[in-house]
Design a protein around this ligand. Structure first.
Ligand SMILES: [Zn+2]
Length: 176
C-alpha cells in the first residue's frame, strides 16, 4: 500500500546530466548513478539502494521511489539546485565530455522531497548546453557538436550563453 499519489500530469523539474560518448554518438548519463538515458525511451526508476546493500533480502524490495528510501529519478525544484552539479566532480567525469543542464518530466509515481521530486518515470524536456569550461572534464568536442548530437532526444536543445563557469551565471543565462 502506498501513501504517495499517482500524478497524471508530469512534474517538471531541473537536472544536470553528464554527456558521454556511446557508440559514435553522445548520450545523457546520470551523475550519481550509472544510468544512461536513451533517446525516445522513458527512464524507469529501480531501487538501487537495496539492490546494492541487501541483494538477498527480498522483503526489502519496494516500488521506486520509496518514501523512506532515496531512490527514484531526481528532479530539482529550482534551476540553482541543478546548476550546482554543473560545477561538481565525480568518478564518472573521466567518461564524460561535458555536463549539461535542463528540465525533465517526471511521471508515474512522484514523491516530493526537500529540494524537488523523485519520480518513477522520466524523460528530458529541454536541454541547455553550457559553453566550454574546465579542461579537466571537457575534452576536445565542441559544444555545437554536442548540442547537435543531443537533438537525438527530440526535445529542444539550446546553447547556453554564460560568461563564466559560475553556476549563478548559468542560472542567469537560463532566465534570459
Ligand atoms: Zn528504494
Amino acid at each position: 500500500m502506498s501513501a504517495a499519489p499517482d500524478y497524471i500530469e508530469p512534474t517538471v523539474g531541473w537536472r544536470t546530466w553528464l554527456v558521454v560518448p556511446e557508440d559514435e554518438v553522445f548520450r545523457l548519463r546520470s551523475i550519481v548513478y550509472d544510468t544512461l538515458w536513451s533517446p525516445h525511451n522513458e527512464l524507469v526508476a529501480h531501487c538501487l539502494h537495496h539492490a546494492m546493500r541487501l541483494p538477498w533480502r527480498k522483503h526489502s524490495e519496494h516500488v521506486s521511489p520509496g518514501r523512506n528510501c532515496g531512490c527514484g529519478i531526481y528532479a530539482a525544484r529550482e534551476p540553482e539546485e541543478a546548476a550546482s552539479y554543473l560545477d561538481g566532480r565525480s568518478w564518472a567525469d573521466g567518461l564524460s565530455v561535458h555536463r549539461v543542464i535542463g528540465t525533465v518530466s517526471l511521471w508515474g509515481r512522484v514523491v516530493e522531497c526537500t529540494r524537488g521530486w523523485r519520480g518513477s518515470r522520466a524523460y528530458p524536456k529541454k536541454i541547455y548546453v553550457p559553453p566550454t569550461r574546465a579542461p579537466f572534464w571537457l575534452r576536445a568536442e565542441r559544444v555545437e557538436e554536442i548540442a547537435l548530437a543531443l537533438t537525438d532526444y527530440d526535445v529542444p536543445v539550446e546553447l547556453l550563453d554564460a560568461e563564466s563557469g559560475d553556476p549563478k551565471e548559468f542560472v542567469a543565462a537560463l532566465h534570459r
